[in-house]
Design a protein around this ligand. Structure first.
Ligand code: FES
Length: 354
């Protein structure tokens, strides 16, 4: 049991716990227990009963502490939307004013605490492969364990075939218009399209227009090289026919004062890797952590990325890497807000934080 084990029932964040395979845990459902998140018998005389959970493996979990989750005993992010508990941080508090700003160093990266990075892409750092200019942005050098991120810029024409072996590849088109060929299938793509290429499949970008097609590709688990070739692998998993997702205002979900829409997720067959697009108003979130590794691309707006001892400027076009469990807070300083697209892995819900 970890740091939040003794939190009172009114604690607004979930309780982190390290579980042992085969052991059964009794989650407090009534909120009265003084040994949160576990039952201490205080439910006696109420209609509540503790909920048992048997760990199937040694695992790290977040037990719900607010007792409002729809997926008991685990947190589903609902605590963020409880009007009595959601808080913002004050970037001008004395403690925050003492945190120094750092600037980018080698590779255009500002390196914050715990391996968190903010990266700006410049032309000089791009490699050329046919009509593609590309570079790796997140990888082993950053301490990434679960995902890597690549930038691809496709000029007019047809790209070589790209592949990442047995990884899931989650792409996002930031600008331009064209097509992606996956195996024997062709999909039209444009700005704000999320794309899923499944393990073992290859893909090729096609661009008939005069403007480049700008694309980010996250490989999960991490891959540090793109396998380029001329021949498309004869593989397309037909049981997952939908491979692209576009913006849909009706699909937006709220998380505190922020909104997000799932793009590539389990509804189209991506069970362990999730892509979302998020809308952040001018504000600073309270510092928090996630159990997943996360990459973010800033599509519009600007602000600051904060960790516990440092902060770095973020602007439109920058990318952010967040290791698991790293304390952080993203502040938007633009009156018009900030738009980001993110990939989380392993995970299926970007609103679960602690
Ligand atoms: S703590 Fe209850 S849903 Fe997160």
């Amino acid at each position: 049991m970890a740091d939040d084990a003794g939190a009172p029932a009114s604690h607004v964040k979930p309780c982190y716990a390290e579980l042992v395979a085969g052991r059964t845990y009794l989650w407090c459902a009534c909120g009265r227990s003084r040994t949160q998140p576990f039952c201490d018998g205080s439910h006696r005389g109420t209609i509540f009963r503790p909920l048992p959970y048997t760990a199937t493996a040694d695992e790290e979990v977040l037990f719900c502490a607010c007792k409002e989750t729809r997926t008991p005993p685990f947190c589903d992010g609902t605590h963020n939307n409880l009007s009595t508990t959601y808080e913002q941080d004050d970037p001008d508090s004395p403690a925050n004013r003492a945190i120094p700003a750092i600037t980018a160093g080698w590779g255009g990266k500002a390196r914050l605490d715990g391996g968190c990075t903010v990266c700006s892409i410049d032309d000089a750092s791009l490699e050329i492969r046919g009509v593609i200019r590309h570079r790796q942005i997140i990888g082993a050098d950053d301490g990434a364990l679960h995902q890597s991120l690549f930038y691809l810029e496709c000029g007019r024409g047809s790209s070589p075939v790209a592949g990442f072996g047995d990884r899931h590849v989650i792409l996002f088109v930031t600008s331009g218009q064209g097509r992606i060929v996956i195996g024997r299938r062709v999909f039209a793509v444009e700005a704000n399209t999320g794309i899923h290429v499944r393990p073992g499949e290859g893909f090729r970008l096609e661009n008939d227009g005069s403007e480049p097609l700008h694309v980010f590709a996250a490989a999960c688990p991490r891959a540090d090289v793109i396998s380029w070739g001329d021949t498309m692998p004869d593989r397309f998993e037909d049981r997952f026919p939908q491979r692209t997702v576009t913006l849909d205002p009706a699909a937006r979900q709220r998380i505190g004062d922020r909104f997000f829409q799932m793009l590539v997720d389990k509804t189209i067959g991506s069970d362990v890797v999730t892509q979302f697009i998020g809308d952040i108003p001018q504000s600073k979130a309270m510092p928090h952590r996630h159990l997943y590794e996360e990459s973010l691309i800033v599509l519009s707006g600007e602000g600051w990325m904060w960790t516990e001892r440092l902060k770095a400027r973020v602007r439109t076009g920058d990318t952010i890497f967040l290791p698991r469990k790293q304390v952080h807070s993203l502040e938007c300083t633009a009156p018009g807000g900030m738009l980001v697209v993110g990939v989380i892995y392993p995970g299926d819900n970007p609103s679960i934080n602690y």
